[in-house]
Design a protein. Structure first.
Length: 89
């Protein structure tokens, strides 16, 4: 059985050891039971095109994002992507 602390330590160590990652921060943890838990880590990968704006696909791949952090410009892009995603369902 793997505990929250042991798996979180392993993942943080791997991310921090990567030459691609500048910084990793634990954002959130939640333990439901000894063998059921959740954690979220944010890693900075400055070599990504469009850093810090990127997204993760359903398979875990990391890709540059068209979003720039300006809601006026980003909202139409998000709505278009949502419309495309919903039309495929």
């Amino acid at each position: 059985m793997t505990s929250l602390i042991s798996l979180l330590s392993l993942v943080m160590t791997e991310i921090q050891a990567s030459p691609l990652c500048r910084k990793a921060v634990i954002v959130e943890t939640k333990e439901f039971s000894a063998d059921q838990f959740f954690f979220k880590i944010r890693g900075d990968f400055p070599n990504l095109p469009n850093y810090p704006h990127h997204y993760h696909d359903e398979q875990g791949g990391v890709y540059p994002s068209q979003l720039i952090g300006d809601p006026v410009q980003d909202i139409p892009i998000v709505l278009q992507a949502l419309d495309e995603w919903l039309s495929q369902r």
